[in-house]
Design a protein around this ligand. Structure first.
Ligand code: SAH
Length: 254
């Protein structure tokens, strides 16, 4: 079987964040599959077809792309950020595992991209300098009780926490609940970073404290990083503060 399927990370924003590997893979594709706003970020090329689908149709999109590749085409599925982080790479592999055996013979490549967490962290300083973890706050694909348990465990273990999918119209209260939960483990002064649309023209990054975080605005284009007890703020006159988490914690073996 000569078909190829590449799952490509576009990075968080404009072309500057696209890797050379991703650029080359996009150029080589006969067909592009993806959520329409992501496809819109890819310049049109002649002889390349585009297959846009809705955000919630990841499984069907993965299957359609695999069928197309199995016909011998060079197919690209695009994701924002990195395709392996809460995105299409896992959907494609899920479809491969449960699909026709022939799909396993395809040339399948995952092309990494800069995930939102790294783009936001870089804007704010170095909040991920020590141990961290990441959670999606969306309870579309897992029960809310599990999210609460993981938030509790992450905060009590001392991780810096990056939150993807913090709110949506269908999930208006979850983020406030998450901050309340985290406040049981962390001081009110703990730095919290809100990065919105980082890497795009309308980018904004704000730093606040956990005690005031519920008043900050967030939407589906926002990634939130909640510091740990070690996370520090360097205040600068006339410039935004620098947030960082030191490389070592006290008592660590060297
Ligand atoms: N695969 C993507 C994540 C998909 S989940 C990645 O690696 O970045 C979608 C969530 O990612 C959004 O709700 C938001 O929390 C975050 N996100 C994606 N792009 C972003 C950007 N440019 N700025 C801030 N957050 C972003």
């Amino acid at each position: 079987m000569s078909g190829r399927l590449a799952v490509i990370g576009l990075g968080p924003g404009d072309q500057r964040y696209l890797t050379q590997e991703a650029h080359d893979a996009l150029e080589a594709a006969d067909a592009l599959y993806g959520y329409a706003p992501y496809l819109d970020r890819v310049p049109a090329r002649p002889n390349q077809t585009r297959h846009a689908s809705d955000n919630r149709e990841e499984g069907a999109r993965a299957q359609a792309a695999l069928r197309h590749a199995a016909d011998g085409a060079n197919v690209a599925v695009v994701s924002g950020g990195d395709p392996g982080v809460f995105a299409m790479a896992a959907s494609v592999l899920e479809a491969v595992e449960s699909g026709p055996h022939a799909w396993r013979a395809l040339d399948i490549a995952i092309v990494p991209g800069i995930t939102a967490m790294l783009a936001v962290a870089a804007r704010a300083g170095a909040p991920l300098g020590h141990d961290f973890c990441t959670l999606s706050l969306s309870d579309n694909l897992k029960p809310w009780e599990l999210i609460e348990r993981r938030l509790d465990a992450a905060a009590s273990a001392g991780f810096v926490i990056a939150l993807y999918n913090p709110v949506s119209r269908a999930r208006p209260w979850q983020l406030g609940k998450a901050f309340t939960l985290l406040s049981r483990h962390l001081p009110g002064a703990t730095p919290v970073i809100f990065g919105r649309a980082v890497g795009r023209g309308d980018e904004s990054v704000t730093v606040t404290a956990l005690a005031a975080a519920a008043d900050a605005s967030a939407d589906m284009a926002t990634l939130i990083i909640v510091g740990s007890r070690e996370t520090r703020l360097i205040v600068r006159e006339g410039q935004s503060p620098l947030v960082y988490t030191p490389r070592a914690v006290e008592g660590a073996l060297t």
